[in-house]
Design a protein around this ligand. Structure first.
Ligand SMILES: Cc1ncc(COP(=O)(O)O)c(C=O)c1O
Length: 413
């Protein structure tokens, strides 16, 4: 057995484990430049061939029957919620550990976000907590496929059917992800994606709504395009909708970037498995559990669960400081969303009572202990681009964690 030798941490002036940068993001080349210039020179900058091609290719890729391309993941959620008939007075159950857009979209369509906790081992929405939150005003549940791991779509589908609720998949972080062999998105009633610059499929900005349901897909298409109908006249508007359209530039870049999606996803999966292997004998640091029914994880984030007890009692934030100093960019991630004052402000004068709150929505009542712990002490995020490197890059991540643990007495102060 070898004895661990403590080394000076980079935080204390020692040599960082990692001296070179990790792979940068986005990854692009001459084909992306050509695709953008082609649109520029065509003079057709909206609703033309590229958007039409994205609307054919992306649903096919995600095994959905229909889809429409929109301006962002946030507008995709708004369109999906409106298509599902969600509006003022309705409640939508969402996880408390997610990006703000999941909750903001609910508020923006006039409905009440009802936050519930996530499971401690996957950080995805807890189906039991959803069941407990359903009231006579619940209209929909949003399943966030956090970090690229599908939420429990079996449990949520059964629950939504039982209570007559719409299931919307927020797959902003989950391009390519699969649940029991099927790509996510149209397993629920509607699914949404983001192509914002940090995402595994990047068009700078952009989003997408998919559905297998003809009527929901038609409604989404209409809402994203000023309430028009596919077969109607340009100035005929059977529904109230907005302009949430994607531009031809975004669509061209998306199509060009889609060519990299599968090989990059495979590389992330391979490196994620390698990293799990390297980390397996380091106490106090554990990757999130991957549900057996997840047949493909998108690894938009590689999330670690940190336990300070194995690091001399150092806080998670101090560990992240040390990790960054060693040349591995880690981050703490989200804060409990329901504590953002914006929600309390927004619903202070809400015209209706919300049964989930037993009166007016009051977010000061909300307490999700798992989310609180994750945000305060536990989660360590590594972004997807770190998984696009070599085996040595992955070894460096584990080496940095190991070094910090072996020298954890230096973390104090
Ligand atoms: C879970 C989740 N939902 C929704 C969004 C919103 O996407 P966008 O930034 O494209 O509006 C994001 C993006 O960060 C996200 O991570």
């Amino acid at each position: 057995m070898t004895t661990a030798v403590a080394q000076p941490l980079a935080l204390r002036g020692g040599t960082p484990v990692r001296q070179a940068p990790f792979p940068s993001w986005p990854v692009f080349g001459p084909e992306d430049e050509f695709a953008l210039l082609e649109v520029l020179h065509s003079g057709r900058w909206f609703l033309s061939d590229r958007v039409a091609e994205v609307e054919r290719a992306f649903p096919e890729f995600h095994q959905a029957r229909h889809g429409c391309a929109v301006s962002s993941g946030t507008t995709a959620l708004q369109v999906a919620l409106e298509a599902a008939g969600v509006g003022v007075g309705d409640e939508v159950v969402i996880p408390s550990y997610t990006f703000v857009a999941t909750a903001a979209a609910v508020a923006l369509v006039g409905a009440v976000p009802v936050f519930v906790d996530v499971t401690p081992d996957t950080y995805c929405i807890d189906v039991t907590a959803v069941e407990a939150a359903v009231t006579e005003r619940t209209r929909a549940v949003i399943a966030v496929h956090l970090a690229g791991q599908p939420a429990d779509l079996d449990g949520l589908t059964i629950l939504c059917k039982k209570h007559g609720l719409r299931l919307i998949e927020d797959a902003a972080q989950a391009h390519c992800a699969e649940w029991k062999g099927r790509r996510v998105g149209a397993i629920g009633d509607l699914g949404t994606f983001s192509f914002q610059a940090s995402k595994n499929l990047n068009a700078g900005e952009g989003g997408f709504v998919v559905s297998d349901d003809d009527a929901l897909a038609d409604a989404a298409w209409s809402i994203h395009n000023c309430g028009r109908s596919r077969s109607g006249e340009w100035y005929e508007h059977p529904l109230i909708g907005g302009n949430y359209r994607m531009t031809e530039f975004q669509a061209a870049l998306l199509l060009s970037q889609m060519r990299n999606l599968e090989p990059q996803a495979d590389l992330r999966s391979k490196n994620a498995a390698l990293l799990a292997d390297h980390l397996s004998d380091i106490e106090g640091i554990e990757p999130l559990l991957v549900d057996d029914r997840v047949t493909r994880h998108a690894y938009h984030l590689y999330v670690l669960r940190y336990d300070g007890a194995a690091f001399g009692g150092a806080t998670r934030d101090r560990f992240i400081e040390a990790l960054c100093a060693e040349g591995v960019p880690g981050a703490a991630g989200y804060r409990p969303l329901y504590r953002e004052p914006a929600f309390q402000e927004r619903f202070r004068d809400y015209p209706l009572d919300s049964p989930a709150f037993g009166g007016k929505p009051d977010y000061s009542q909300v307490d999700c202990p798992v989310t609180e712990r994750i945000c305060a002490d536990e989660a360590v995020w590594l972004t997807q681009n770190l998984l696009l490197g070599s085996e040595q890059d992955i070894a460096h991540i584990a080496e940095a964690v190991r070094k910090i643990q072996q020298s954890s007495d230096q973390l104090a102060g």
